[in-house]
Ligand binder design. Structure first.
Ligand SMILES: [Zn+2]
Length: 251
């Protein structure tokens, strides 16, 4: 059985961009660890940062529990994720603690600065994780760099509006109901996304996105991924092999 480490910036990003794929792999008995860089404490006009962070971490934990995953928050400040020395060490320690076969994080290009920063941090932490002389904490260095994947950006485009490349997608038709139930645990976000993004229904917005990715690959519902293969990162198709018949090649 494999261990999959899913890391994104805020509670609900993992669910929107890779929840169906994680549910699929959890259903096959793999170990899933979901991590957010921040508690998303900026995401409320109703509660103060401390209370919002508590609420959102509880929502993320409830979401993870729906697929038997564990949940951790790195405790970086919302809108305060930076690719700096202390943060790289913290994310490397996380990767060493998780001991993953596969790591999935956000897109290097996205609309939110925390999304881009967490993607860079995870990319570079995977590189650093086997470097034993790079000291980060109690967790032992890994034997090798784990297989690394990026999700789509929110909306699938970079900051110039160009569509981002995908290497493949995963058919999430069989696990979409679970994905939807995971996202629905983020109850506090319904009011916030209406105020901040003009999105009236977070679940419907996520479904429309999953259908759009699905239509790109000739199925009903899907999630898109890109593998980071730059040397010395592993080129083996680890995630593709784990999802098996749910794998969708680019048309
Ligand atoms: Zn986010």
């Amino acid at each position: 059985m494999a261990t999959i480490l899913a890391v994104h910036a805020h509670p609900d990003d993992v669910e929107i961009l890779m929840g169906g794929t994680l549910a699929l792999m959890a259903g096959r008995g793999h170990t899933i660890r979901i991590v957010t860089a921040t508690a998303g404490e900026g995401g409320s006009a109703e509660f103060d940062p401390a209370e919002t962070g508590r609420i959102r971490q509880a929502e993320a934990a409830a979401s993870a529990a729906r697929i038997g995953a564990d949940y951790r928050c790195l405790g970086f400040p919302d809108l305060g994720v930076f690719n700096d020395d202390a943060s790289r060490r913290a994310v490397t320690e996380l990767v060493r603690w998780a001991r993953p076969d596969v790591v999935i994080t956000g897109s290097l290009a996205d609309y939110h600065p925390d999304h881009e920063a967490v993607s860079l941090l995870v990319r570079d932490a995977c590189f650093a994780a086997p470097v034993a002389n790079y000291r980060t904490g109690p967790a032992a260095a890994l034997d090798a760099i784990p297989a690394l994947y990026f999700t789509d950006a929110i909306g699938g485009r970079d900051r110039d509006g160009a569509r981002l490349k995908r290497d493949f997608a995963v058919d999430i038709g069989a696990t979409f109901a679970t994905k939807r139930a995971m996202l629905a645990e983020h109850r506090s976000q319904q009011a916030w996304v209406l105020r901040q993004h003009g999105i009236a229904d977070l679940g419907a917005d996520m479904e429309a996105w999953s259908r759009r990715v699905g239509s790109d690959f000739g199925v009903e519902l899907a999630e898109g991924f890109r593998q980071y293969r730059h040397p010395p990162y592993p080129k083996a198709a680890a995630l593709q092999d784990l999802v098996g018949e749910a794998l969708l090649a680019n048309p």
